[in-house]
Design a binder for this molecule. Structure first.
Ligand code: NAD
Length: 447
């Protein structure tokens, strides 16, 4: 029995409480690379892309699998598996985060790498797409174990990363601390500081002002454009956020500051709901305090809210929904019950193809991941430029340049979508594929 059923509280909630665990288990096994390729096929067909070009772009250029030992604190050795995939490098060096999770798989990394290619092309920054990950559960590891794992993984993939080859960044369960270790490891191998090998670093060692909030900033900039188009208002809008981490928590905070009402948020442990809304900064504080106390930091239990499941957050009565957790959350099964008018994908790959069709038919606008969350990679691009030049900008300059890139990208995507009468995802993917295909054509096929 769910806590809601126990409390007899669910009749107060603006959605139907269901047993979703079996549904989520099935859907979460959908291969993200199959989803990424299906999205590609759809956009490539709309573009009438030549079959040879389709064959080239629908597979990654390079896939590296590494198995490596790490000494644990008790003196034993544990062997971990990691990946680095470069999907396409025709427009510039690879760019994409590193994820630590037990769910990491080669196909997940391949999908994420492909999405990075389209993302950097959608916002028009000179990178290709790449991604990395290690199968591990950081919540069960000490800081020293994580440091040894990170440094060894960085060493294993160092043959194919570098400031002019492939520049990793943070993703789920990695942050500025891991990026500092990777920068240090790579620099020690070469004998001098090479900050441009990685982005998302602490400011003190070549990080950029504004990188921490960049993904959420970009999400909110896209929401600004969409609400203008939909004649909605951020002030007073009801917002639900699935995933209360770097992207989701900061997006909630920024929208709250703008007068939106945050009614539901969730993390891996569950979700919370309040019709009156709550202050996401206080929720973050609450989560942090619990993390200090028992290592299980969660939003669940925040005073004045009701506990709901993490899947229920998606179906709550709200105006704006921000999936900011993991892939395959909005499915053919639950898309019909989504109540938001606008979905802004802070997460990568949260919506499955059949869900896209249902949402499009229902008139729900989806700002796709490759546009909505591109603020992160755009400020990573700024960080890389600053590292190469050893010349650093202030926050104002970062924000002004970010807004310029995000709003232009939104306009280009909306134009493409309107021209071909497709949803924003297909419009964005078409725009991106056309740019990557053109770069490939111009460079020609070697040798
Ligand atoms: P994070 O680790 O900081 O936060 C992830 C959050 O999602 C955590 O609160 C976690 O508890 C929660 N979560 C995980 N699985 C969940 C599930 N099944 N249901 C509900 N909540 C769940 O990670 P992040 O950096 O915020 O990344 C989140 C998403 O945004 C990922 O898809 C990532 O690829 C994407 N993204 C992040 C950035 C960035 O700069 N951080 C940039 C672009 C895209």
């Amino acid at each position: 029995m769910s806590p809601l059923e126990r409390n007899g509280a669910f009749h107060h909630l603006p959605f139907t409480v269901r047993k979703v665990s079996h549904i989520m288990a099935t859907e979460s096994h959908v291969n993200p690379f199959t989803v990424a390729q299906a999205q590609f096929d759809r956009a490539a067909a709309k573009l009438n892309l030549h079959q040879d070009m389709r064959a080239m772009l629908r597979e990654p250029k390079r896939e590296l699998i590494v198995h490596f030992p790490v000494e644990m604190d008790d003196g034993t050795l544990k062997t971990f598996t990691g990946y680095r995939v470069q999907h396409n490098l025709n427009r510039g060096p690879g760019k994409g985060g590193i994820r630590y999770s037990m769910e990491v798989s080669l196909d997940e990394v391949k999908a994420l790498a492909m999405w990075m290619t389209w993302k950097t092309a959608t916002v028009g920054i000179p990178f290709g797409g790449a991604k990395g990950g290690v199968i591990c559960d950081p919540s069960t590891m000490s800081n020293r174990e994580l440091e040894r794992l990170t440094r060894r993984y960085a060493t294993e993939i160092s043959a194919i990363i570098g400031p002019y080859i492939d520049i990793p960044a943070p993703d789920v369960n990695t942050g500025s601390r891991e990026m500092a270790w990777i920068m240090d490891t790579y620099s020690m191998h070469n004998g001098y500081p090479i900050p441009g090998v990685i982005t998302g670093k602490p400011i003190e060692i070549g990080g950029a002002e504004g990188r921490g909030s960049a993904t959420a900033d970009g999400v909110v900039m896209c929401i600004d454009k969409a609400v203008e188009h939909l004649k909605m208002d951020i002030q007073g809008a009801r917002v639900a956020v699935q995933g209360f981490g770097n992207a989701g928590q900061i997006a909630a905070s920024l929208l709250h500051q703008r007068g939106a009402r945050i009614v539901a948020v969730s993390d891996t442990h569950g979700g919370i709901y309040s019709d009156a809304g709550f202050d996401p900064d206080s929720v973050q504080h609450f989560k942090h305090e619990h993390q200090q106390a028992n290592k299980r930091g969660t939003v669940v239990g925040f005073p004045g809210t009701k506990e709901i499941s993490t899947a229920d957050v998606l179906e709550i009565d709200c105006d704006i929904l921000i999936p900011a957790a993991v892939e395959n959350q909005i499915t053919g099964e639950n898309a019909g019950r989504i109540q938001a008018k606008l979905i802004a994908e802070a997460a990568n790959g949260p919506t499955m193809l059949e869900a896209d069709d249902i949402l499009f038919k229902r008139g729900i606008t989806v700002i796709p991941d490759i546009l909505a969350n591109a603020g992160g990679v755009t400020v990573s691009y700024f960080e890389w430029v600053q590292d190469l030049q050893r010349f650093f900008w202030d926050l104002d300059e970062t924000e002004t340049r970010l807004r310029k890139i995000m709003t232009a990208a939104y306009d280009h995507v909306a134009q493409m979508a309107a021209q071909h009468d497709v949803d924003l995802r297909t419009g964005a993917t078409m725009l991106a594929i056309a740019r990557v295909a053109r770069a490939t054509e111009l460079r020609g096929v070697y040798p």
